[in-house]
Design a binder for this molecule. Structure first.
Ligand SMILES: Cc1cc2nc3c(=O)[nH]c(=O)nc-3n(C[C@H](O)[C@H](O)[C@H](O)COP(=O)(O)OP(=O)(O)OC[C@H]3O[C@@H](n4cnc5c(N)ncnc54)[C@H](O)[C@@H]3O)c2cc1C
Length: 475
């Protein structure tokens, strides 16, 4: 190991760190897993990244691209012996092309900082995950992240114009173009988005931008306990002339975590519906809010929505749900499934059944408008009970025509479930793609794909109970 680090230092592809504090930092992300890196490197430019990839191929060392490290699936946790490529310093907003409605950015730019840079131009980048004050555009590309406003605007994939990346071969690619539309075969850019650092390391991202709505309002109101979610959601999702851009949900237990004076306390206890509407002026916003109120009443929801003048503040507050549950529950199952809207209540019933059967308290929050649910269960994810809970809820989502990951990715947690969703031929296609982009399997091994026959050097470590894929230990 010492000789590997020595040769890395001699190569000098940016600052190489091996001090315990740094290794402890990069060994963890937002998940319960903990890895075992031998070093972190902060490359300065594309040439450094190319040199790192060549070095990793020669030394058969895993390279793990990392930005803010907020992945909830262990996506940025290094396998044992890995070298973390820290891109969090690549924060430049390099060019804002107002007429093309695009911006060229470094992969380490934090979502909120990008929004601040775009605001004077009347533009914004629509995906706004709950972690938007800390997570980065490179991380969003890695995971195809979404946020509350993805109900109207779609996930990150819809907002990436091009990516510059260094593949696992050491080749530099530019996938995408400046043209507004293209038809040049299967879309390599789309394949890269959501590839979790397993195909290449993005060194520049050109994002698409949307015009900022003149007025955005948050709306919040209590739902009756046990209210069916499907009819309310479909009524809102089908509405015309409401300017709805987000339909979010917190169950009673999650809402209680955010009920302090600076939280949702004024809405009272209970499950909460949180919405956003966009409008051209305050009068239109008020009319739209009234229309939403009418739709809700027709769907059986009583009460006047509370209006939040600052929609971003509402989403920042809503984004705290995950951190609040970290404090309340510590290690837990935090899942990320999505089903068609008409199946919402059947999935909800199944989640409750799992909770009762396994005696695992359920905390649920959701991006309702996309049928995207985050069931949190107060159970050790690596315990036999935790594994049963996860397997049961992923099976339930698939049985209802849904997916095993709406927005967090597969990471180190769900690779063994991938085949159930995309089938054996699908896994074979992904493996062929991986082999073409990363023939030595050096890029983020142990993530996304079921294990490759030819793994890179550096065996992953196992906790006594092992992780879902045995790729990283638990914290
Ligand atoms: C409190 C909290 C709330 C969250 N809310 C949401 C939410 O609402 N919606 C949502 O989608 N997610 C959410 N997440 C998950 C997470 O924030 C997102 O997945 C985010 O996109 C990760 O960004 P990051 O900068 O932290 O990336 P990291 O965690 O550093 O990396 C994520 C993945 O991308 C890869 N990667 C990073 N940089 C590059 C690069 N330059 N090139 C290639 N691959 C790269 C990594 O290898 C890893 O696989 C939340 C997380 C937390 C902690």
């Amino acid at each position: 190991m010492a000789s590997a680090v020595d040769s890395l230092r001699r190569l000098g592809p940016g600052a190489v760190r091996t001090d315990p504090a740094e290794l402890a930092r990069v060994d963890r992300d937002g998940s319960h897993l903990v890895g075992h890196a031998i070093a972190s490197v902060a490359p300065r430019n594309v040439a450094d990244v190319v040199a790192l990839v060549r070095w990793a191929r020669a030394h058969r060392r895993p390279l793990i691209a990392r930005a803010a490290g907020t992945s909830l699936e262990g996506g940025s946790v290094p396998v044992e012996g890995g070298v973390v490529v820290d891109l969090s310093g690549w924060t430049a907003v390099r060019e804002i092309r107002v007429d093309e409605r695009t911006a060229r950015v470094g992969p380490g730019v934090v979502n909120r900082d990008l929004q601040d840079a775009l605001a004077p131009h009347g533009l914004f980048f629509p995906p706004n995950p709950g972690s938007w004050t800390e997570s980065t555009i490179g991380g969003h590309v890695g995971t195809n992240a979404s946020g509350p406003r993805s109900f109207r605007y779609g996930p990150t994939r819809a907002w990436i114009q091009s990516v510059d990346a260094v593949l696992g071969t050491g080749e530099v690619v530019h996938w995408g173009s400046r043209a507004a539309k293209r038809s040049v075969g299967p879309d390599l850019l789309s394949l890269f988005v959501g590839s979790e650092g397993t195909l290449g390391i993005a060194t520049e991202v050109t994002v698409r931008l949307a015009p900022r709505p003149a007025v955005r309002r948050g709306l919040g109101l209590r739902l009756p306990e046990g209210a069916a979610l499907g009819p309310v959601t479909t009524a809102l999702a089908r509405s015309v002339g409401t300017g709805l851009s987000a339909i979010e949900y917190l169950d009673r237990a999650c809402a209680a975590e955010l009920s302090g004076p600076s939280g949702f306390g004024t809405l009272g206890p209970g499950p909460l519906l949180l919405l956003e509407i966009e409008a051209d002026d305050p009068a239109e916003a008020a009319a739209r809010a009234a229309r939403v109120g009418t739709i809700l009443r027709r769907a059986g929801v009583r009460g006047r929505p509370t209006v939040y003048e600052d929609a971003d503040a509402l989403w920042t507050l809503r984004g705290r749900a995950s951190r609040a549950l970290d404090v309340r529950l510590g290690q837990r199952i935090r899942e990320d499934v999505a089903v068609p809207l008409p199946a919402l209540d059947r999935l909800r019933a199944e989640l409750d059944r799992i909770s009762r059967t396994e005696r695992a308290p359920l905390y649920l929050f959701a991006h309702l408008g996309e049928g995207s649910l985050h069931p949190n269960y107060a159970v050790d994810p690596e315990s036999p009970r935790g594994r049963r809970v996860r397997a049961a809820l992923l099976r339930a989502s698939l049985a209802l025509g849904g997916t095993i990951s709406a927005e967090h990715g597969i990471g180190a947690v769900k690779g063994s479930f991938l085949e159930r969703e995309i089938g054996r031929p699908g896994v074979a296609v992904l493996r062929a793609l991986k082999a073409a982009c990363d023939p030595d399997g050096i890029l983020n091994p142990g993530k996304l794909y079921p294990p490759l026959p030819r793994a890179a050097a550096g065996r992953p470590s196992r906790s006594p109970s092992g992780s879902a894929d045995g790729r990283a230990r638990r914290a």
